[in-house]
Design a protein around this ligand. Structure first.
Ligand code: F6P
Length: 371
């Protein structure tokens, strides 16, 4: 493989606390190899549409530019979940859009910019794009990011720990107000395809019911639990629901869709609250934590994981790896092929210890627990 002189870093998809830690470690470790490091603005937009960036779509990243950024939420490079280069929406004269594969063109743009390798930080969508770029000839190392923790082949993604900690803190606060008013409070959290945030935050904060995409729910068992709690004097209940949870035989609750973007999920919390009000006769309120879970300063776990991932990405390039994703494989960080990592989602296994724990302490999943 030709020696590396210049690498690029990009962040794609929804942001997650810890992104800046990855960027810092990759910049410093790359700089220590004697490489020039650049950052691409807003996913690949800075490279594909430079005219939209009067100050430059590709910026130099130096020791100075990454100083003090580890505690910051978001990403200093910006991100986007639009403009997937593998199916790029192009506006037609009649106002419709046609999706065009711009992968080869983008790989050519990397070559023209003198970029020898890419460290790209993203979730399932961004890492699938990374794999296509790799197949088209670009040297790529991916870094797994998502608050949803639904990426396969890594024990955990960074961002998840911060989201769970903040969700737990919010649920703790809702406990006291729910108790004072004797209400049911339904807390909707992110979790598009997998219920990791709902499960871990719900169990950690002793919610009474947890509804996740992996277990289509029936509200009757939840209502029965609420009524039974009421009878023994516990007049309030907390229900945590993942945005991607669905009722038995129903579909996911969608708020809308924009061109070139995945469907915007949301609304299931309100549906669950209305259903529980009807079944129990108790007042039920909804709190949607949504994007709050993506913001804020990363926990020390996510800072450390981000730094470890960023350094490992550079270590991987030095070792000659290509088309791989860095992966947390406790106690170490190693590498898995991007193709494998993106071939399926990591759902909550229904027999995992946390689900068993939840059931054993009486948390309901919107089902009749197995005898
Ligand atoms: O990062 C993943 C995620 O948090 C999903 O749970 C959610 O559906 C999605 O991002 C929402 O992203 P956005 O609002 O940025 O389109």
């Amino acid at each position: 493989m030709p020696p590396i002189k210049r690498i690029a870093i990009s962040t794609g998809g929804g942001d997650a606390p810890g992104l800046n830690a990855v960027i810092r470690a990759a910049v410093l470790a790359g700089d220590n190899q004697g490489w020039e490091v650049v950052g691409i603005r807003d996913g690949f937009n800075g490279l594909m549409n430079p005219d939209g960036y009067p100050e430059g779509g590709v910026i130099h990243l130096t020791r100075d530019s990454v100083r003090g950024i580890v505690p910051l939420g978001g990403t200093i490079l910006g991100t986007t979940n639009r403009g997937n280069p593998t199916c790029y929406p192009v506006l037609q004269p009649d106002g419709s859009y046609v999706e065009v594969d711009r992968t080869e063109e983008l790989v050519g743009m990397f070559a023209d910019a003198g970029i020898d390798a890419l460290v790209t930080i993203g979730g399932d969508g961004s890492l699938a794009i990374a794999n296509r770029l790799h197949e088209a000839g670009l040297r790529v190392v991916g870094v797994p990011k998502t608050i949803d923790n639904d990426l396969d082949k890594t024990h955990q993604t960074f961002g998840f720990d911060t989201a769970v900690s903040f969700a737990s803190e919010c649920i703790d606060r809702l406990f006291s107000t729910a108790t004072s008013h004797g209400r049911v409070i339904v807390v909707e959290v992110m979790g598009r395809y997998a219920g990791w945030i709902a499960l871990e935050a719900g169990v950690a904060s002793s919610a009474h019911a947890i509804l996740i995409p992996e277990i289509p729910f029936d509200l009757q068992p939840v209502a029965d639990l609420i009524a039974e709690r009421d009878k023994r004097g516990a007049k309030f209940s907390i229900v945590v629901v993942a945005e991607g949870a669905t009722p038995v035989g129903g579909t996911v609750s969608v708020l809308g869709r924009a061109v070139g973007q995945a469907e915007k999920l949301g609304g299931i919390g309100a549906q669950v609250a209305a259903g529980l009000e009807e079944l129990t006769g108790k007042e039920a309120r909804t709190v949607v934590l949504g994007h709050l879970l993506r913001g804020g300063s990363p926990t020390s776990f996510d800072r450390l994981l981000g730094l470890r991932f960023g350094a490992a990405a550079i270590r991987g390039l030095v070792a000659g790896y290509d088309g791989v994703m860095v992966s947390l494989n406790p106690p170490t960080v190693d590498y898995v092929p991007l193709a494998e990592a993106t071939s399926r989602m990591k759902s909550v296994p229904l027999d995992c210890d946390t689900v068993l724990t939840a059931r054993e302490i009486g948390i309901n999943f919107g089902d009749r627990p197995p005898a």
